[in-house]
Ligand binder design. Structure first.
Ligand code: GLA
Length: 728
């Protein structure tokens, strides 16, 4: 049993394989957060809680000086009753007061893992659920705190439901999903910033007394910050130290904020960004916050990432491609951009089939009259003159070459030059009496409206039914401005961002369940919406529009802190690279793309025979290592963010039992008279002997892990090598 209630101690304890999370109901009924860390035998940890008061921090009458809401670590932190730290909830009651006072009401343990109506969430019969209900002291407002526990992956999920049983509407001005109070200590926040073509750069910030925040107000999680952070001991690293990972299962505006308070206690909150959020909950209604996934590791970031990877692979990603081998694809975007016709695509497919490619993806430009990015979004019907026939006939031509056929959509956007816009200009977000901003010449459809989602649903399903389509790339190429929904009254405009997400998720649910055989890949100008929310609907995400193998080292390395290799779209493209003009060896481009989904994004008809042979070899090699790469434990060995320490980036995937590993090392900087470099492997069996790439010599696992092995030196720019480590 992963959930344990001790009635005498008034504690609730969640156990996973290596972690323990404890709460208790205190003397006045507040649900305190008592402990989240290494697993131990059940013991009441509440002795460690500091409740005391300092002047200017108010006290409940019942407790006097010994207790203040401003110091008690709490599961549900609220505005209005003397907790002046960052908090999760600001609730405007119908009388206009901005306060809540939730106290313990009831608790229930449920079999299986809860789901959240209309929102993505981790799922699975291997999970268990604890629901703790708190009730406001003064009003019939109930707070249902949901906890999901997945023992095997050290995963604890949380979500809050606010139920209004009063007879009047209440307003949520902040409704974040979770608060996490940390034990005494000095902490860092590790977050992943970026921009288009430079997503998820590693950044480490010390949490001091001012707030440290990562967030998005763009209507999407965005390239600029990611809804995932690690809070860790100041000295934690890949292998050592306490680290808490927090991932929001949501793809819209978010906020993750941490601060150290006046008593040197650190608190973090995570959830929907309160900016431009103001949600009415009518009498009898319930508001559900998105889910937060929490993972704790006492052994640094490596273990934390591995737990989250496994949980995402097994308990978040769904559908036929959850475990199935995904086809090696070729995408025509960087090969042709908008300039193609069916003959061109078929010739690419023919050459691709010869070297082992399995799926052809027709990217942007096949619909309406779109030959550049100025038109036709919203008109999801094929341009039959460009396709030299129907979509069905093109799919057949591709299928006849032996490849599956895939297609690109950008369902959430609309061009002014489109039939949809002519018929329904009000479908686009636009503030009355203002000119709306364009971005890449397009507007955003108001997905908070059911009829707008239905229109797109009808169009998309018609296309998907019209031809033999095996893959869909779902893109989103701008962020939301000019937010205003014409169907909502003035006082409800603060609901639009979240209602947009609910509309999008509903559409995704309908389409992905109606077409279970289609492999869906999420995209947003590359990796602008790489989050656990989208992964619930689509098992892979185009990691970045930057396909340069050397830039990809940082991008994929940063992405790997939360997201498994299996979810990262990664393609081999041509050189000079279209985003950076850099020239890298084809082998290196392949080696980097192996640690992702591996595909091609180039004009195969223009490759030399030698290059085609190399790609053919890569496809075979990728397939040989497929299971090891996709399901192995992943370790970051040498960071590409520390060029002063090493000229290499190295990562590894290793079978869970330690019997086989694959290390990839790429030199991303050149230097004269280079010093020899070694790499230390992880996850092997210390007392077993191994060979590297079939070497005669054998090496003790413990030695490979403590001293490592020498990296091969190649006198070329950007060399890379794979090291296959097997039992002797
Ligand atoms: C985005 C995607 C690209 C490509 C283009 C098409 O930028 O990230 O891969 O699909 O749109 O317009």
């Amino acid at each position: 049993m992963a959930i344990f209630e001790n009635k005498q101690d008034k504690t609730f304890t969640l156990f996973t394989e290596s972690t323990m999370y404890q709460m208790r109901v205190d003397s006045i009924g507040v649900l305190q957060h008592v402990y989240y860390g290494k697993r131990m035998e059940y013991t009441n940890m509440s002795y460690s809680v500091y409740e005391g008061s300092t002047s200017f921090s108010p006290n409940p009458l019942a407790t006097g000086w010994t207790y203040s809401n401003n110091h008690v670590p709490q599961e549900l932190s609220v505005t209005g009753i003397g907790d002046f730290r960052i908090n999760a909830l600001a609730l405007r009651n119908s009388d206009g007061s901005l306060a809540a006072d939730p106290r313990f009401y009831s608790a229930e343990i449920l079999k299986g893992k809860y789901s959240i109506p209309g929102l993505p969430a981790f799922y699975g019969e291997d999970g268990e659920t604890l629901v703790i209900t708190l009730k406001d002291e003064a009003y019939e407002i109930y707070y249902h705190l949901y906890y999901g526990v997945f023992e095997k992956y050290d995963l604890i999920t949380r979500s809050l439901r606010i139920e209004n049983k009063t007879d009047k509407e209440i307003k949520l001005e902040r409704a974040l999903s979770a608060t996490l109070d940390f034990p005494n200590g000095k902490y860092d926040m590790i977050s992943f910033y970026g921009r288009h073509a430079r997503e998820r750069m590693f950044e480490r910030t010390h949490i001091k007394h001012s707030k440290v925040t990562v967030s998005s107000v763009r209507g999407a999680s965005g390239h600029m910050e990611n809804p995932f952070v690690i809070i860790s001991d100041k000295n934690a690293n890949e292998e050592y130290g306490n680290a808490w990972g927090m991932a929001l299962v949501y793809s819209g505006n978010f906020e993750i904020c941490a601060e150290t308070d006046l008593m040197e206690k650190t608190r973090a909150v995570i959830g929907i960004n309160p900016e431009n959020f103001n949600y009415g909950v009518g009498a009898g209604e319930v508001f559900c916050t998105p889910e937060v996934a929490l993972v704790y590791s006492s052994e640094g970031f490596g273990k934390l990432s591995n737990c989250l990877h496994k949980a995402i692979r097994n308990n978040l990603v769904r559908g036929e491609y959850k475990y199935a081998q995904r086809p090696v694809l070729i995408n025509n975007w960087e090969a042709t951009y908008f300039d193609f016709n069916a003959d061109k695509l078929v010739s690419m497919a023919r050459d691709a089939a010869e070297i082992g490619v399995e799926l052809f993806v027709m990217d942007d430009g096949w619909f309406g009259h779109r030959d550049d990015d100025r038109t036709s979004l919203g008109d999801w019907f094929p341009n039959e003159s460009k396709l030299q026939g129907t979509l069905k006939s093109l799919a057949e031509r591709i299928n006849n070459e032996g490849l599956k056929f895939g297609i690109w959509f950008e369902p959430e956007c609309i061009s002014e030059d489109s039939e949809l816009y002519k018929a329904h200009p009000d479908y686009a977000f636009k503030i009355p009496n203002r000119e709306a901003q364009v971005s890449r010449n397009q507007y955003i459809l108001d997905f908070s409206r059911k009829e707008v989602c239905d229109n797109i649903y009808e169009q998309l399903t018609k296309v998907l039914k019209s031809a033999n389509i095996s893959y869909v790339k779902w893109d989103f190429n701008r962020h939301i401005s000019d937010l205003y929904s014409v169907t909502l009254p003035a006082e409800r405009q603060g609901e639009v961002y979240h209602r947009y997400m609910l509309g999008l998720y509903d559409l995704l649910e309908r389409i992905t369940s109606e077409f279970p055989h289609i492999l869906f890949e999420s995209c947003s100008g590359g990796g602008g919406r790489f989050d656990c929310g989208m992964l619930y609907y689509m098992p892979q995400v185009w990691t970045s529009d930057n396909s340069d193998a050397i830039d990809r080292l940082k991008i994929q390395y940063g992405t790997s802190f939360a997201y498994p290799v299996r979810t990262m779209g990664a393609h081999v493209s041509v050189c000079p690279n279209h985003q950076t003009a850099r020239v890298t060896p084809l082998k290196t481009r392949g080696n980097v793309a192996y640690f992702g989904t591996y595909g091609l994004e180039l004009d195969i008809t223009k490759m030399t025979d030698e290059e085609k042979e190399e790609i053919k070899r890569q496809i075979k090699e990728f397939k040989k290592y497929y299971d090891l790469i996709q399901y192995g434990d992943y370790y970051r060995l040498i960071s590409p963010f520390t060029v002063d320490e090493s000229l290499y980036c190295a990562w590894e995937t290793v079978k869970e039992d330690g019997s086989e590993a694959l290390v990839c090392a790429v030199r991303y900087e050149s230097d004269a008279n280079t010093a020899p470099e070694t790499v230390k492997v992880r996850g092997l069996c210390p007392d077993k002997l191994y060979r590297i790439n079939g070497s005669k010599e054998t090496y003790l696992g413990a030695a490979l892990m403590s001293v490592g092995f020498l990296l091969k030196y190649d006198f070329i720019s950007y060399p890379s090598n794979l090291y296959h480590i097997t039992l002797a």
